[in-house]
Ligand binder design. Structure first.
Ligand code: TRP
Length: 457
C-alpha cells in the first residue's frame, strides 16, 4: 500500500527525530515534574513507568503501524486499515476523536509555551541574574497575573507553530528537531549537575525514586496513565500521522524503543533537575503548573552567567514545545486538507486561529477567570479552572480512550496477517501482540472505570 506521491521522511533518522520531537516537550520538562510533585513522588513515578511499559510501548507500535498501513491522516488511515481488514469504517471515529484531542491540547499547550517565551526574553535582558528564591517566585506570579502578557506570548507561539506546519513535513519538522534536541538534552544534564551541587539533591532524589504508596491518592493512577499518553504523544493520531510518512523498509519496533527510552530519560532528568531545588528553597512539591518556572530561575540566579544559561535553556524549551505543538496541529491539518480540499496554508491557518481563541481562556484561567469553575458542581472537580479541566479531560480521558481504541482495533479487528506483515517484529511479535490484545486494553479500562468511581465518590 505504498503511494509514491506522499511525502516521506528522509530515512529512519528523520522519523525518529520527528517522533522524539513530538514526544519530548513541555510534557517532560514542565508537566511531569509538577504531576509527580502533586501526586506524592516516587509511587507516582513507578506507576508512570509501568504505564509506559505495559501501555505506551505496545500502543505506540500499533499507532505507527496503522499510520504506515493506511498511508494517510489519522481518520483516513483508520478507515483504510479497517476496509483492508473488512471491518466497519466506523473505527475512523477513533481517529476523529484524536484529531479533536490534539487540537484542544494545542490550545493550552501554546499558553504554557508562551510562559517559556517570556522567560527566554527575561534571560536575554538579564532579568534572571542574581534572583533569590522569593524574587523568582514573585516574578512568576506577576506573569500569571497578567492576561495581556500571557496572551501576547501565546499569540506569538501559535503563529510560529502555524508557520512551520504551513511549510510542510520535511521542510519544517525534521529541520527543527535535528539540532535542537541534542542541545536541550545537554543543557538539562548541566542543570541537573548544578542543581545537585546547590540544592538538596538527596532529598529530591528520594522524593522522586522512593515509592511511598501512602502518598498515592486514588486519582493519581489515572494521572499517571494520562501523563504517559501525554508525554508519548499517544492516543490522538500524532504518531499515526508521522507513521504515514515512514518508509516501508524502516523498523517500527526499534524506532519506538529509541523514542520511548529517550522520552522517559528526559522526564526523569527534568525531575532530578527540579526537585533538589524545590526542597532547598522551601517550596512544596505540589506547587502546581508553575513549578518549573518557580524553581529554575533561582538556579540561574545562583549561576555564573545565569541569565545567559537561563536564556539558552528557555529557548530550547520553546523549541522542544514547538516540535511537539507541530505534531498537535499536523493531524488536524492533514485531515482538513484531505477532507475539505484546503491548501496546507489554509487548513493550518484556520485551525491555529481557533486553537488560539480557545487558548485565551486557558491564559485567563490563571488570573481573571481563576475563580470560574465550570464543573464546580461535581465535588471532585470543584476548584478546577477551565485550563485544569481542558488538560484533565484531554490527557486523562480522551487520550486513553483513543489509545484503547487503537489497541482494540489493531489487536482484535485488523487481520492478523496484515498486522504481522506491517510491523515485522520478528520473535517479539507474539509478546507484543499478546500485550496489545490482553494487557494494555484491560489496564486502560480498569484505570478509567476506577476513576469514574472516584469521581462519583
Ligand atoms: N508529548 C508532548 C509533550 O510531552 C505533547 C504532545 C505532542 C502530545 N503531541 C501530542 C500529547 C499528542 C498528546 C498527544 O510535551
Amino acid at each position: 500500500m505504498v503511494q509514491q506521491t506522499r511525502e516521506q521522511w528522509s530515512g529512519s533518522r528523520g522519523f525518529v527525530l520527528a517522533v522524539a520531537g513530538s514526544a519530548i516537550g513541555l510534557g517532560n520538562i514542565w508537566k511531569f515534574p509538577y504531576m509527580a510533585g502533586a501526586n506524592g513522588g516516587g509511587a507516582f513515578v513507578l506507576v508512570y513507568l509501568l504505564c509506559i511499559l505495559a501501555i505506551g510501548v505496545p500502543i505506540m507500535i500499533a499507532e505507527i503501524l496503522v499510520g504506515r498501513r493506511g498511508q494517510s491522516n489519522p481518520v483516513a488511515a483508520m478507515r483504510a486499515a479497517a476496509e483492508e481488514s473488512g471491518v466497519s469504517p466506523v473505527w475512523r471515529l477513533i481517529g476523529g476523536m484524536g484529531v479533536l484531542a490534539g487540537f484542544l491540547i494545542l490550545s493550552f499547550y501554546s499558553v504554557i509555551a508562551g510562559w517559556a517565551l517570556d522567560y527566554t526574553l527575561r534571560g536575554l535582558t538579564g532579568a534572571l541574574s542574581g534572583l533569590g528564591a522569593e524574587e523568582a517566585q514573585a516574578q512568576f506570579g506577576s506573569l500569571l497575573d497578567s492576561p495581556g502578557l500571557q496572551i501576547f506570548w501565546h499569540t506569538l507561539f501559535m503563529l510560529i507553530c502555524f508557520l512551520i506546519v504551513a511549510r510542510g513535513v520535511r521542510g519544517g519538522i525534521e529541520w527543527a528537531v535535528g539540532w535542537m534536541m541534542p542541545l536541550l538534552f545537554l543543557l538539562i544534564l548541566v542543570l541537573v549537575g548544578y542543581g545537585a551541587w546547590i540544592g538538596a539533591f538527596a532529598e529530591g532524589f528520594t522524593f522522586l525514586f522512593r515509592p511511598d504508596f501512602s502518598q498515592l491518592g486514588p486519582e493519581s493512577v489515572l494521572m499517571a496513565l494520562g501523563q504517559a499518553f501525554f508525554s508519548l504523544s499517544l492516543g490522538m493520531g500524532a504518531v499515526m500521522a508521522y507513521g504515514s510518512y515512514l518508509s516501508p523498509q524502516e523498523s517500527i519496533g526499534r524506532n519506538t524503543v529509541v523514542v520511548i527510552t529517550t522520552d522517559t530519560i528526559v522526564a526523569l532528568l527534568a525531575g532530578l533537575m527540579i526537585f533538589p531545588i524545590v526542597f532547598s528553597i522551601g517550596l512544596e512539591p505540589p506547587a502546581g503548573p508553575g513549578l518549573l518556572f518557580q524553581t529554575l530561575p533561582y538556579v540561574f540566579g545562583q549561576m555564573v552567567a545565569g541569565s545567559f544559561f537561563g536564556f539558552l535553556f528557555f529557548l530550547l524549551v520553546v523549541f522542544a514545545a514547538l516540535t511537539s505543538a507541530i505534531s498537535l496541529l499536523e493531524p488536524a491539518t492533514a485531515y482538513l486538507m484531505a477532507r475539505r480540499g484546503l491548501s496546507r496554508l489554509q487548513a493550518a491557518g484556520i485551525l491555529a486561529v481557533i486553537a488560539w481563541i480557545l487558548g485565551i481562556f486557558s491564559a485567563l484561567s490563571f488570573n481573571l477567570m481563576s475563580g470560574f469553575h465550570p464543573l464546580g458542581f461535581i465535588d471532585a472537580l470543584s476548584g478546577k479552572t477551565f485550563f485544569d479541566l481542558l488538560d484533565g479531560v484531554t490527557s486523562n480521558i480522551m487520550l486513553p480512550l483513543g489509545g484503547l481504541g487503537v489497541a482494540l482495533f489493531v489487536g482484535w479487528r485488523m487481520k492478523r496477517a496484515a498486522v504481522a506483515e506491517e510491523v515485522r517484529l520478528g520473535s517479539y511479535f507474539g509478546l507484543w501482540y499478546f500485550v496489545l490484545r490482553f494487557v494494555s486494553p484491560v489496564l486502560v479500562v480498569l484505570v478509567l472505570l476506577y476513576s469514574v468511581g472516584v469521581l462519583r465518590g
